[in-house]
Write a protein that binds this ligand. Structure first.
Ligand SMILES: [Zn+2]
Length: 427
């Protein structure tokens, strides 16, 4: 393999500068965080899978049983949230709902938080991870599980990055084709498990596995798509004018609906929830004032496609994903507090000694770490509990002040950022 001379020079520098003072966790001497994303795997599918090696990481580590991915539950959007520690309103990858959005540059990604501290990141197969020191594109090796595993090992051996992320897409592809509970999906997960074992072995051989945190995560689950709604929707207005389906077919954006149209949508069995503009904002997504979003019940889809199952909606099966942290600084156990995909980047940055970016909207998963918790996230966790109660309530439920919840989220995120910054400055 021949590298450009600048890359060669950096790789051959015996001690790359690492300015990682760790204001948040002075006791942490993590050298690496390795993130493995099992694409399209819900918590339910994950828990039923035969994955002995990952299960051992889980049993020796922290398992978040109430981890939720961001909305919409689409691959590019949810991965962008994981990689930037922020919601679609910040990284701008989401649904067509109009509204103000500022497309920000690579400075909002975890790569930037690390780079500012002299730390490196490598990415295998995730085009939404911007600004990495090295990026191996999925186009190069397709959705092959062993190829993805081999690329991850090559990337780690070659660059020894502070942060490595690798995505296995085969589980998502097979779920689309056969359904998420199909034996092919479970067989794929068992294959991925073997690759994760090899990757951990590789870390042990070329670096310090004791100083490496392994994170197992997913971007969304999938649901059946037996019942098309496209023809019935014509009763509520004109497709393309009054409403537009979003990619994935699990959400429909309504453009300036009348009260009568909203009532018609709400009355239909297909509707899980209709999100007002305020509620779209509450879920961390940009939205124009005159737009609403219809989220479909499980089983419903805009239009039948070749896919057996799909994703993009708001059902628990699509949102609830596994999250495991495993490493020496982790306090083993099952954690029921609400965690989110956006928590991974701030946690990785805090452990490695990167910056806490002003654009981060997630929290550091302190409760699962062995050191004294320097900063309580209890208020944010309580906010998330209230948000989940609203999301799980029937569409006709009343008594939820979603505008107050939205204001609460924004206030808490700001306060949390200020508190982390204060601690960093005092350290
Ligand atoms: Zn996906």
């Amino acid at each position: 393999m021949t590298f450009p001379s600048e890359v060669e020079r950096i790789l051959n520098t015996p001690d790359r500068p690492q300015l990682n003072k760790r204001p948040f966790y002075p006791e942490s001497d993590y050298q690496h965080v390795v993130l493995v994303i099992l694409d399209g795997v819900s918590r339910r599918v994950y828990e039923a899978a035969e994955i002995p090696f990952i299960r051992e990481l889980q049993n020796n580590g922290a398992y978040f049983s109430n981890c939720f991915t961001s909305f919409p539950t689409m691959t590019a959007s949810a991965h962008s949230s994981i990689n930037s520690g922020s919601y679609p309103e910040t990284h701008a990858v989401g649904m067509a709902t109009g509204g103000e959005r500022v497309v920000l540059d690579n400075s909002i990604y975890l790569s930037a938080a690390l780079k500012k501290a002299g730390l490196t990141s490598s990415c295998v197969a995730d085009p939404t991870f911007k600004g990495a020191f090295s990026y191996l594109s999925v186009e190069y090796f397709g959705h092959s599980i062993p190829q993805t595993g081999a690329m991850a090992r090559w990337s780690f051996e070659t660059f020894k990055p502070s942060f490595l992320t690798v995505t296995f897409y085969a589980t998502d592809t097979l779920s689309h084709a056969y359904g998420p509970g199909h034996r092919h999906v479970y067989a794929a997960l068992t294959e991925v498990d073997k690759e994760v074992e090899k990757l951990v072995h590789c870390v042990r051989q070329v670096s310090d596995v004791e100083k490496t945190l392994f994170v197992i995560a997913s971007d969304h689950g999938q649901v059946d798509s037996d019942i098309p709604v496209v023809s019935e929707c014509r009763a509520f207005g004109e497709p393309g004018v009054d409403f537009v389906p979003n990619p994935g077919g699990r959400t429909i954006t309504l453009n300036n609906p009348s009260d009568k149209q909203l009532q018609q949508w709400a009355a239909h069995d297909m509707t899980l929830k209709i999100l007002s503009p305020t509620e779209v904002h509450l879920l961390g997504h940009h939205c124009a004032p005159n737009h609403h979003v219809v989220c479909l019940q499980e089983g419903y889809t805009w239009q039948k496609t070749h896919n057996v199952s799909i994703h993009g909606g708001l059902s628990t099966e699509e949102r609830n994903v596994p999250l495991v942290l495993s490493g020496y600084g982790v306090r083993p156990g099952v954690y029921g507090q609400v965690a989110e995909g956006i928590d991974i980047a701030p946690t990785a940055s805090a452990l490695l000694g990167g910056q806490h970016l002003p654009s981060f909207q997630g929290r550091i998963l302190s409760e699962a770490l062995m050191w004294d918790n320097p900063l309580s996230a209890d208020d944010l966790i309580e906010f998330r509990r209230k948000r989940e109660a609203w999301l799980k309530a029937p569409k006709t439920a009343t008594g939820f002040d979603t505008k107050a919840l939205l204001l609460e989220r924004r206030r808490l995120e700001h306060e949390y950022y200020k508190a982390v910054l204060q601690r960093s400055n005092n350290a």
